[in-house]
Design a protein around this ligand. Structure first.
Ligand SMILES: Nc1ncnc2c1ncn2[C@@H]1O[C@H](COP(=O)(O)OP(=O)(O)OP(=O)(O)O)[C@@H](O)[C@H]1O
Ligand code: SF4
Ligand SMILES: [Mg+2]
Length: 331
């Protein structure tokens, strides 16, 4: 198991008192998997990524029965030990590369910083050249043919697509075991978007790199995805192999996302959002008791004010008292 998160709770202080932003989140990933986490804006997707990376606001309270990465409980590590793991084995790319690349240094300098000595097999006086060669190769792998020009550029001189490719190159310079891609193509042109996803698929195929892809956009489901998880208002809804979940969602939320019909009828539009449920998401200060989908759920009943326990059935997991399409619902 690459990643094993059990009962992750995150509480944030507000003037009205503490609010629970993540509510007993369970999330697991096998090594070599592409796992897509889908949910509406504000559902807690980035927060899960930040909890893995150890970047949660220090004033927020993080609690978990387990936050394991490759068998190590990240919550028990010192900040220094955690930094070592994050620096080498886990990397993250973000929606807005220009915000995260250093505006004051060239692309080469940024790549050079990300390249580890262990990957440079050269004598002391040949190191500089070897690092430059390594940086060139990285950009070539990203499909950047004018790599000389790009290496000498500052981030603001790059297009969005090239900046994102540079960010990916920086993230994978030391071949992390897990790459977290948090909405990496939002606001990009469809062609650039496709290029970035093709690149991620190639990285996965070439290095068996595990990828956690975060998205709220239906058009960005990579066909190579192995498993998919859905999250709503800080609560995990369902998780399972992509094809099974799309064909036979157990959870009313997943069903409402209408992946199957959208994919089958090819009504996918790059700008489609997950707006298939009536009503609005509640605010953090006014979360419903029990299952947070309750007020918007077509299947809700009185029992739903009690948070449903995890149900598991052959590689599938879901949290719902009244699942659809499952044997439980048919009996
Ligand atoms: N710095 C912050 N201060 C206050 N609340 C925050 C902060 N960051 C996140 N939140 C709240 O935490 C919740 C989860 O946010 P998160 O950023 O994880 O959502 P998300 O699913 O990534 O959304 P999006 O798809 O829009 O990026 C949201 O309700 C959000 O309002
Ligand atoms: S537990 Fe109840 S409210 Fe929640 S998704 Fe299932 S049926 Fe709907
Ligand atoms: Mg986010």
């Amino acid at each position: 198991m690459l990643l094993d998160i059990r009962n992750l709770n995150i509480f944030a202080p507000t003037p009205q008192g503490e609010v629970q932003v993540l509510d007993r989140v369970n999330f697991r990933m096998e090594a070599g998997e592409i796992h897509t986490l889908v949910g509406e804006s504000g559902s807690g997707k980035s927060l899960i990524a930040r909890a893995i990376m150890g970047f949660v606001n220090p004033n927020w309270r993080v609690q978990a029965d387990r936050l394991w990465f490759q068998g190590t409980d990240l919550l028990t590590l010192t900040p220094r030990q955690r930094k070592e793991i994050i620096g080498i084995d886990i990397a993250m790319i973000f929606q807005d590369p220009l915000r995260y690349l250093d505006p004051n240094t060239t692309v080469f300098e940024q790549l050079n910083e990300a390249i580890l000595n262990r990957d440079i097999n050269a004598s002391y006086w040949q190191r500089k050249q070897a690092r430059r060669d390594y940086a060139r190769k990285l950009l070539l792998k990203m499909g950047i043919k004018n790599y000389q020009e790009v290496l000498a550029s500052y981030p603001f001189e790059l297009s969005d697509g090239v900046a994102q490719k540079v960010m990916i190159a920086t993230a994978i310079a030391h071949r992390p075991h897990l790459l977290i891609a948090d909405e990496p193509t939002t606001a990009m042109e469809p062609i650039t978007r496709r290029q970035i996803y093709r690149l991620l698929a190639q990285l996965h195929a070439r290095y068996q790199m595990s990828i956690l892809l975060i998205t709220q956009d239906l058009s960005t489901l990579m066909p190579e995805t192995h498993r998919i998880s859905t999250i709503y208002c800080g609560q995990m809804m369902e998780s399972g192999p992509l094809a099974d979940v799309l064909k036979r969602p157990f959870h009313p939320y997943t069903d409402a996302l209408s992946y199957t019909s959208l994919l089958q009828t090819e009504r996918l539009n790059p700008r489609d959002r997950l707006t298939t449920l009536p009503g609005l998401e509640p605010t953090l200060q006014h979360m419903p008791r029990g299952c947070r989908l309750g007020p918007r759920c077509p299947n809700a009943q009185r029992k739903c004010v009690i948070r449903p326990d995890l149900s598991a059935a052959s590689k599938r997991e879901y949290f719902c008292h009244y699942p659809i399409n499952s044997e439980e619902s048919e009996s």
